[in-house]
Write a protein that binds this ligand. Structure first.
Ligand code: XMP
Length: 516
């Protein structure tokens, strides 16, 4: 396998994903996880190391540097962008601020001798994607230049005698014409990896592992959410152990109507048993009078756990707790990950978490090594419908955090109707798949309007549609006025209770995607 060390580049995940797509198992670790990294290197012996890009300058104090020891391990090394500058710096080279920031497409000219493996089979001139503000001024004597662009003299280099290579551009980005070929050359020609990552094998192994672990009629408990990860997890476990899997789905009453119908009807069609708990009234009564967003989140989370616990007590012989954790959840919850800081912004993403009473259960997390697109591929193999695999994310606290201020039954119904219309129009206008998330926020503000010659005094609502790669940053979607007009007309005409719609044109940061 190949080990990617993440120095904070927005593209680090992509490097790992591309290599897995090529068919070679890859692990990604944040550079600060030093003890884990040295353990992985010494015990698991990766066939290659990739040092990612990052937002740092090597000459600034406090910038992350890897120990020079890695150059003596006899493991091929490939530095990308900041990773390249770090290698040059550690060998005594000089890095300086570029005269021009280079961002976007550039023409790479290859200068390497014919026997240089990194660029083998790649034309002498090709387009690469650059994103840097520093460059190498003096290359240490151990290295030779193997590529340049018109504004970057040292766009790629290699060591004269060791398998150390580096590029200033980003081979993992689609805009680099021969990026995949560069990665393949490193992985196969230089690291001599063999193909070892096939989702079919993964599925088989994973089912066998679960079969081996869950024996003697022991039960597995799964808090089913209706999301992709949850569906795929349930399918895999059910394939392994059949009815020893027990799913519980808590209906908080804060779901989208379409979502609820979809889950209910799929649950009927599916072969595995799902206990649906209708807890709408409990949630409503707990939420009455609560306005503060964080308190709302905590109340919803606490109620969810308590209902889940009560239900699980009715099942005998539970020994395992299954979770739909995926690889990016693990990377993001690493204490060192830059994404960790978002946890303090909202009490997030873990309506369930693991309640303490479940801590004694053994965990089953079949997807924990997979990226989201791999989960979708597995889901496709398992026959999970497209509308589940490619659905927009829906937050655990549901409509509870999209009704600003106090929640009541009437407001939930108003919002459900508005969201339903939005969804229909996203599909009619064929926009659903090209945006990352789209929803309505109901404000606690009423304004005067006129409907059918009559004065109205109804709620104002906000339309929020965003595009994002990873939901950590996002931009509002640039939608056509036609679409906006249609959605606004339909909601204000068809939904009693809303007479005004505004479009949210802020990005994240400084806003967040949800309003609470
Ligand atoms: P924010 O509002 O933090 O949202 O920009 C980022 C993404 O996370 C979703 N979200 C949640 N998902 N539980 C979840 O499962 C939560 O508590 C939660 N809060 C926000 C949000 O919809 C967006 O996709």
């Amino acid at each position: 396998f190949v080990l990617v060390l993440d120095f904070g580049s927005q593209y680090s995940h992509l490097i790992a994903r591309r290599i897995r797509d090529i068919g070679v198992y890859t692990l990604l670790y944040h550079y600060k996880e030093i003890s884990v990294i040295s353990h992985v290197i010494s015990k698991k012996k990766p066939k290659g190391l990739i040092l990612s890009g990052g937002p740092f300058s090597v000459y600034e104090t406090g910038s992350p540097l890897i120990s020079k020891d890695i150059f003596h391990l006899n493991i091929p090394i490939f530095g990308i962008c900041y990773g390249m500058q770090m290698i040059a710096f550690l060998f005594g080279g000089k890095i300086k601020k570029s005269r021009y920031k280079e961002y976007g497409k550039s023409n790479l000219i290859i200068d390497s001798p014919p026997n240089n493996n990194l660029f083998s089979g790649i034309p002498d001139k090709s387009i690469v994607w650059m994103s840097h503000f520093d460059e190498i001024e003096n290359l240490p004597k151990e290295f030779q230049i193997i590529g340049h662009t018109s504004s970057c003299n040292i766009a790629a280099f290699s060591h004269f005698s060791k398998d150390i290579y580096a590029v200033q551009f980003h081979p993992e980005v689609k805009n680099t014409e021969y990026g995949i070929s560069v990665l393949k050359n490193f992985i196969f020609h230089i690291c001599k990896c063999s193909l070892n990552w096939k989702l079919n094998n993964f599925l088989k192994n994973s089912i066998n592992n679960i079969k081996k672990r869950v024996k003697n009629k022991k039960k597995v408990l799964l808090g089913f959410s209706g999301g992709v990860d949850s569906f795929v997890t349930a399918y895999i476990i059910h394939k392994a152990i059949g009815d020893s899997l027990n799913c519980i789905f808590v209906d908080t009453g804060l779901l989208l109507e379409t979502e609820k119908k979809k889950i209910y009807s799929l649950c009927k069609k599916m072969h595995f048993s799902i206990k649906i708990v209708d807890a709408k009234n409990q949630f409503l009564s707990k939420l009455t009078g609560i306005v503060d967003p964080e308190t709302k989140r905590k109340v919803i989370g606490k109620e969810f756990i308590s209902i889940f616990q009560n239900e699980s007590k009715k099942i005998k012989n539970i020994e395992f707790l299954a979770q739909g954790t995926i690889y990016s959840d693990i990377i993001e919850s690493s204490v060192f990950s830059k994404k960790h800081s978002s946890d303090s912004i909202k009490s997030h993403h873990n309506v369930g978490g693991i309640p303490t009473t479940f801590k004694k259960l053994k965990l089953i997390e079949p997807l924990k090594k997979l990226f989201k697109d791999e989960v979708r591929k597995i889901g496709k193999k398992l026959g999970i419908p497209k509308e589940i695999l490619y659905q927009h994310p829906f937050p655990g606290p549901g409509l509870g955090i999209r009704i600003i201020g106090e929640i009541n039954e009437n407001k939930i119904s108003i919002l459900q109707q508005a969201e339903n219309i939005l969804l229909q129009e996203l599909i009619n206008y064929e926009i659903y798949d090209s945006v990352s998330q789209a929803f309505i926020i109901l404000l606690p503000v009423k304004s005067v309007g006129i409907k059918g010659d009559k004065r109205t005094y109804e709620y104002a609502a906000i339309l929020r549609v965003i595009n994002t790669e990873d939901f950590m940053t996002a931009t509002f979607s640039h939608l056509s006025y036609n679409f906006l007009e249609k959605v606004s007309n339909r909601i204000t005409n068809e939904v009693d209770g809303i007479n005004r719609i505004a479009y949210d044109i802020t990005s994240k940061p400084p806003s967040t995607i949800e309003w609470e």
